[in-house]
Design a protein around this ligand. Structure first.
Ligand SMILES: *[C@@H]1O[C@H](CO)[C@@H](O)[C@H](O)[C@H]1NC(C)=O
Ligand SMILES: *[C@@H]1O[C@H](CO)[C@@H](O)[C@H](O)[C@H]1NC(C)=O
Ligand SMILES: *[C@@H]1O[C@H](CO)[C@@H](O)[C@H](O)[C@H]1NC(C)=O
Length: 357
């Protein structure tokens, strides 16, 4: 088949937007988030909250993400998931107001379960954007959040299994002993001009990890918007690692004048591209939500063909679309008078089209 014919067939029959009737709106209010399955508890909780007139879009985002934190959606949001090399779970979260563009976030939050709640406190009780680590924990405790262990029997057991398997998958490079085979402690190999280079490396565990982040966008009945993200990161990560989740414009982004975006996937790669900022700006410049999502994914795939990513984009009227790479990405939405949440499956973008950017 010629390239041209294949492209024609692709655009006619297999383009996700054609098959799934995307870029349409169910009406307002509306909630849309990364992933179906376990994550639809968040869609439902946030959507139902918006049916009460006094609930703001910010409230709905917090309610949706907190629902996943409590339900430990897929083991990748909230406590008891993704233990790091020391077997500790740490949390990243962010919430953004689409009217003021102010965002509040916590990174590598320790010993506090409700990360999105602490992010909301950063938003509303400081003029800062991002607090990190143990000092973010202190801020949370000062504001009445409970300090408690985030480790569960399951996460401790999972960490033991990881250690028994030689600490694989592993995120360190250029160390001895060889991190693709052995646990630490590690020492760095001195690097020089002839050393193997790091560009375009993708973490070996990134794609095997399951759904890993909830990113959710809410539009109130009056059309105000907010977005947020919550995650416990990547299993076996180097302690201190922070992913794309709490980074404004990466994990999520919203400008109520235009629309919003939520992302999931290999955060270490994705945060280099600010895909949600890119997608919202593409909306502003006239792309449809599906086109904006696909463009943001292709920018990453062009440099990192193996990257696992998923982007969901919605404009301020509730028209939505998604794109992903490396896996079948799903997103969930509920709006207008919908009786239940609908889950949309988005097939990975074709790699050969990425060269055309
Ligand atoms: C580590 O082991 C892998 C697989 O055995 C090998 O490809 C790689 O070159 C090794 N790295 C170093 C720094 O020795
Ligand atoms: C450069 O580093 C490699 C290990 O990465 C080492 O084998 C080699 O001897 C070094 N070369 C020089 C000139 O130091
Ligand atoms: C994605 O979905 C397609 C169509 O349903 C299916 O053929 C394919 O095996 C799926 N891929 C993965 C990685 O699950």
């Amino acid at each position: 088949m010629t390239n041209l014919l294949r492209k024609l067939l692709f655009s006619l029959f297999i383009s996700p937007s054609q098959v799934l009737g995307a870029d349409e709106s169910p009406g307002l209010p509306m909630v849309i988030n990364t992933w179906g399955g376990a994550f639809t508890v968040a869609t439902d909780a946030a959507y139902l909250s918006l049916l009460e007139a006094e609930t703001s879009a910010l409230d709905a985002v917090e309610i949706g993400c907190a629902t996943c934190e409590e339900a430990q959606c897929d083991g990748t949001v909230g406590y008891g998931g993704s233990p790091d090399e020391n077997c500790e779970t740490t949390l990243d979260a962010m919430i953004m107001d689409g009217t003021t563009m102010k965002s509040g976030a916590v990174a590598a939050l320790r010993r506090v379960k409700n990360a999105i709640g602490v992010a909301r406190y950063v938003l509303e009780y400081t003029t800062h954007t991002l607090l990190a680590g143990d000092l973010a924990t202190q801020f949370a405790i000062q504001n009445g959040f409970v300090e408690e262990s985030l480790t569960t029997t399951e996460s401790a057991a999972r960490c033991e299994v990881w250690k028994q398997a030689g600490c694989q998958p592993n995120y360190r490079i250029n160390v001895l002993p060889n991190a693709t085979e052995s646990c630490g402690p590690y020492v760095p190999i001195p690097l020089n001009a002839t050393s193997p280079t790091y560009p375009f490396l993708i973490a070996p565990g990134a794609k095997t990890a399951s759904h890993d982040t909830i990113s959710l966008i809410a539009i109130s009945a009056s059309g105000t918007m907010a977005a947020g993200t919550s995650t416990n990161g990547a299993s076996g990560k180097v302690p201190g690692r922070v992913g794309d989740g709490p980074i404004t414009g990466s994990g999520s982004y919203v400008d109520g004048e235009v629309g919003g975006c939520g992302a999931t996937g290999d955060g270490d790669v994705m945060m280099r591209f600010l895909p949600c900022y890119q997608a919202v700006e593409s909306l502003r410049r006239g792309m449809t939500p599906s086109e904006a999502a696909e463009d943001a994914v292709r920018r990453m795939v062009r440099k990192y063909p193996g990257v696992a990513s998923g982007i969901v984009v919605v404009d301020n009227q509730g028209r939505h679309g998604g794109a992903g790479s490396g896996w079948n990405f799903t997103y969930a939405y509920r709006g207008g008078n919908m009786e239940e949440t609908v889950v949309v499956t988005v097939l990975p973008v074709e790699e050969d089209k990425s060269a055309e950017l």
